[in-house]
Write a protein that binds this ligand. Structure first.
Ligand SMILES: Nc1nc2c(ncn2[C@@H]2O[C@H](COP(=O)(O)OP(=O)(O)OP(=O)(O)O)[C@@H](O)[C@H]2O)c(=O)[nH]1
Length: 684
């Protein structure tokens, strides 16, 4: 049977499967592998026997926590499919992958709660100019009409969604479909290819109407077709296939196919559409602005640290042939020599021969290669096709190894974790002395921690990161600090008079001296200042002290017993006595927060911010995001902790925020008392 003669391109393809959480991407990959005989039997998520999601973390949570890669052949063409996780928390995994694919299959379902997530995904593809086909999955359990579903889904796409299939229903169950381009009806067969059937008169009438709607949209981009429609001339079928392919490749439309990944229905049709409508590497290279060349050039889609084989860079070969021993250069210089070319299938990597342009393979031992970069075998640094900026983390946890001997192991495992997933961040917080692992949400962090244990065998302790409170003073005092030990032998003597005064917020610490008549010799000044600075590490409330001025106004010395150490101690004695008299006050860090949400959630954000002692600064439309707002607010750091969880629940999972330190503000009353109590308990 013909699929139409659209100008089909040749060569190995790389296709991303994307879509909202649990829309059926991993199941679709499984169905595709079964349909193309890459596996004998289709596994299911429930039975935990799918090719994708085979890592212990993915199996445990029954969700994709990283991209799954599998290769197959269909009608003589080679395809690599990359199933990208749907959860927004693992969303950054897809960014470097999408840079190297020919087409994205967006797996969606008739669920209005998932429309905001679908919008985020489609916008990402639209912004990057990636051609896309929408697979309307779970048609086996869809009760609403496809027409209504399409209207709902359309709000998430900025280009027309073009329905290519309509369902055939019997007793409210979808039993097959009509392909509007082929004008043929098929009945689904469980886990087998659909069978061609005759159309009933009623189906023929529905088909004619739906087909006309499809043609009208195609005609918006094809004047010749528009004229034919106006003159009531039946367009040629090849022409329709050509229009579909051209307009899909240009990204001006998004065709919609229907099916059921679980029942393996509609899979053959989807594969045929991909085969005809996806571009191949020559066009993708043009989209990425990479010149054709005999030099090997690759795009790094993902990095894996395998427990035995070392580092594996999953790449799409953009040009040339890439084999063992190839030496690659990245944006910052040489990245290593390939040791092993691997075929990737789920969790398995098997050695293979050299890879040609268009193929997606694993390259071993490119130690300095980074995910998202373009590498070349030419000596000079290759132009980069994308710049990837990981989203700012939204949640953090302090981590430490349960066993001291694992400290070094933990630090190297954390480095590898961030290399595999740059949307994780590890910070060593000087103020609190903690190592904080930050990421995109609870599950993201949980999986990262599980990997530390599962993959590297490190047992990790975690707790909420401490808030880096500070303290300052509100009043001045003058105090004497004496240190005297003169009983027998070489004694110690230091004596200072210090004036302690507040400084404006943000002004920092200042030391001055107003010594007259040499009551304290000049050579002891720096030891006195050092003693004060040391004291300021932990003020009367238990926190680092900021914004104070200390002036040395007087003192005395002993020609034999005075020393740097004695004056240093005297200064600390003075500070210890004087500071509690200066009305100490706790300071809490306040963050400036930009919260991005769909506009209908904006009023709820106001409530969320004020509950967290926050102050709204204003809100505006989110640039480039139709129907979204950005709310600006100041929120105390201690109130941010689970902000992301509340925001996501108010926005069907898509709300997000960025926060940066802005200033310190006074904190008094019960909240201050609690913070002081907590700190002294932790210090004890
Ligand atoms: N009824 C029905 N259920 C399906 C279909 N496809 C997938 N499912 C179910 O939907 C759930 C999610 O499927 P997955 O394949 O894990 O979805 P996913 O999109 O890969 O999920 P994430 O990557 O974790 O976002 C599973 O329980 C599947 O069995 C389908 O066609 N029909």
């Amino acid at each position: 049977m013909s699929d139409g003669n659209s100008a089909r391109v040749e060569g190995p393809r790389c296709i991303a499967l994307v879509g909202p959480f649990a829309s059926g991407k991993t199941t679709l990959l499984e169905a595709i592998l079964a349909r193309t005989d890459a596996i004998n039997r289709q596994g299911t998520i429930a039975e935990k026997n799918t090719v994708g999601d085979a890592s212990p973390e993915a199996r445990a949570h029954q969700m994709s926590v990283e991209a799954n890669i599998a290769e197959t052949d269909f009608m003589g063409d080679q395809f690599t499919f990359i199933d990208c996780p749907g959860s927004i928390e693992f969303g950054f995994e897809a960014a470097p992958i999408l840079a190297g694919v020919d087409l994205a299959v967006v797996v969606a379902e008739a669920d209005d709660k998932k429309i905001p997530a679908l919008q985020v995904i489609l916008k990402g593809l639209e912004d990057r100019g990636i051609p896309r086909i929408l697979f309307l999955n779970k048609i086996d359990k869809t009760e609403v009409s496809v027409r209504q579903t399409l209207e709902m889904l359309q709000s998430a796409s900025s280009v027309p969604l073009v329905l290519r299939h309509i369902p055939i229903r019997q007793n409210d169950v979808v039993t097959g479909f009509i392909d509007l381009a082929l004008e043929r009806a098929f009945v689904y067969r469980e886990h087998a290819a659909s069978e061609l059937i005759d159309m009933t008169d009623a189906d023929r009438a529905r088909e004619a109407e739906a087909r006309y709607t499809m043609l009208e949209t195609l005609a918006d981009y094809d004047d010749g077709l528009m004229e034919q429609l106006l003159e009531d001339i039946q367009p040629d079928q090849d022409q329709i296939f050509q229009d579909l392919a051209k307009e899909t490749r240009e990204g001006v439309i998004c065709p919609v196919l229907i099916g059921s990944a679980e029942g393996a229905n509609g899979i053959g049709r989807l594969l045929k559409a991909i085969r005809h409508e996806a571009l191949a590497i020559d066009d993708t290279r043009a989209r990425l602005g990479v010149a054709a060349s005999d030099d090997g050039a690759v795009q790094v889609l993902k990095t894996l640290h395998t427990t035995h084989g070392g580092k594996l860079s999953i790449v799409r070969v953009l040009s040339g042939t890439v084999g063992d021993g190839a030496e690659f250069t990245g944006p910052d210089g040489p990245v290593g020599r390939v040791s092993g070319v691997f075929r990737i299938a789920g969790q398995q990597a098997t050695k293979r021969n050299a890879a040609v342009a268009g193929e997606t393979v694993g390259l071993g031992k490119l130690d300095d290669a980074q995910t998202g970069t373009t590498l070349s075998t030419a000596k000079e640094a290759p132009p980069q096709v994308v710049t990837l900026t990981p989203p700012e983390p939204v949640l953090g946890t302090a981590v430490s190894s349960a066993e001291r001997r694992d400290d070094v192991k933990l630090s190297s495992a954390l480095t590898k974790a961030v290399e595999e997933d740059p949307s994780l961040r590890v910070t060593h917080v000087q103020d609190t002395g903690e190592t904080v692992l930050e990421g995109q949400g609870e599950m993201h962090l949980r999986v990262a921690l599980e990997r530390l244990t599962g993959k590297y065998g490190i047992s990790v302790d975690t707790h909420d990161p401490r808030i880096p409170y500070k303290e300052t003073i509100r009043a001045s005092t003058t105090v004497r600090g004496r240190h005297k030990k003169q009983s027998g032998g070489h004694g110690q003597f230091g004596d200072v008079v210090l004036e302690i005064a507040p400084r404006p917020r943000g002004a920092g610490f200042a030391f001055d001296e107003k010594i007259s008549g040499g009551s304290v010799p000049r050579n002891y000044f720096s030891a006195i200042e050092a003693g004060i600075v040391e004291y300021l590490d932990r003020g009367p409330l238990g926190f680092p002290v900021v914004d104070v001025a200390v002036t040395l106004t007087d003192g005395s010395y002993h020609s034999v017993d005075s020393s740097d150490q004695a004056f240093r101690t005297a200064a600390q004695v003075g500070m210890r006595e004087g500071m509690p008299l200066c009305k100490p006050v706790l300071l809490e860090p306040i963050l400036k927060v930009e919260i991005a949400v769909p506009s209908e959630a904006t009023p709820r954000v106001n409530g969320i911010v004020s509950q967290r002692r926050g102050q709204i600064l204003g809100f505006d439309a989110r640039p480039g995001w139709q129907g979204w707002d950005v709310v600006e607010a100041m929120i105390p750091q201690s109130e941010i902790r689970d902000l992301i969880i509340e925001l996501r629940s108010a926005t069907a999972g898509v709300g997000t925020f960025e926060a940066h330190f802005d200033h310190l503000a006074d904190l008094s009353g019960k909240l201050a008392d609690q913070a002081i109590e907590r700190a002294s308990a932790q210090a004890a």
